[in-house]
Design a protein around this ligand. Structure first.
Ligand SMILES: [Mg+2]
Length: 208
């Protein structure tokens, strides 16, 4: 079966990664308020965090160590593997024996792509990596499934509903680790299974 994975808050501990990024910015003189505001102001049309635009904003705010921030951020994304959840690698190793993995992730292309590729060991298991600015991921998930039997694991209930609507054949699994901005949202329609970690996904997979 094809397994379509979301990245942030599904297989990747985004809070932990963001904490490391924020600490690095703080070392370069960017305090919490400016860090958060510059992220908000950098966001693209679809709401995605855009580091390059953020650097321009910080420069205007009088932060002078932009090159060092950029290089350190690159190092953090290049070594992002350490921010995978503890159950991610064991799950990929085990489930890859009978399934084919792809990642469909929302974010700014360059930054999000680097963050995913930085998880080198995990990437070995990914047949396709799609980064999109479409929060709903409906077309992208359909493109990966191509009418084959597929399962979509994601923490955003809106995306799960949209994927189900466009591709009713895709099995939808809501991941809720109790983290991220979607954790407290109601499930709504279009969700086949609820899980709290990837070990529970193994139980779901055993049904098929
Ligand atoms: Mg997510």
């Amino acid at each position: 079966m094809k397994i379509i994975l979301d990245f942030d808050y599904t297989i990747f501990d985004t809070d932990k990664f963001r904490g490391a990024v924020q600490a690095m910015f703080a070392k370069h003189g960017v305090g919490t308020e400016l860090f958060k505001r510059s992220i908000e102001e950098s966001r693209g049309e679809a709401g995605e965090w855009h580091p390059v635009k953020q650097f321009e904003i910080l420069k205007k705010e009088g932060i002078d160590k932009i090159n060092s921030i950029r290089e350190t951020l690159n190092r953090l994304t290049d070594n992002s593997q350490q921010y995978l959840y503890e159950d991610t690698m064991p799950f990929l190793e085990k489930a890859s024996k009978n399934n084919e993995f792809s990642v469909v992730s929302y974010g700014e292309d360059k930054f999000q792509g680097a963050k995913i590729r930085g998880c080198g060991e995990a990437c070995k298991y990914f047949n396709k990596i799609l980064v999109t600015q479409n929060l709903n991921k409906d077309k992208e998930a359909g493109e990966v499934a191509r009418g084959d039997r597929a399962i979509f694991i994601e923490d955003n209930p809106m995306a799960l509903a949209a994927v189900k609507k466009l591709s009713p054949n895709i099995i939808t699994v809501r991941m809720n680790r109790g983290e991220g901005r979607h954790a407290t949202l109601p499930s709504g329609e279009g969700i086949d299974y609820h899980v709290r970690n990837l070990l529970e996904v193994e139980t779901v997979l055993a049904n098929f």
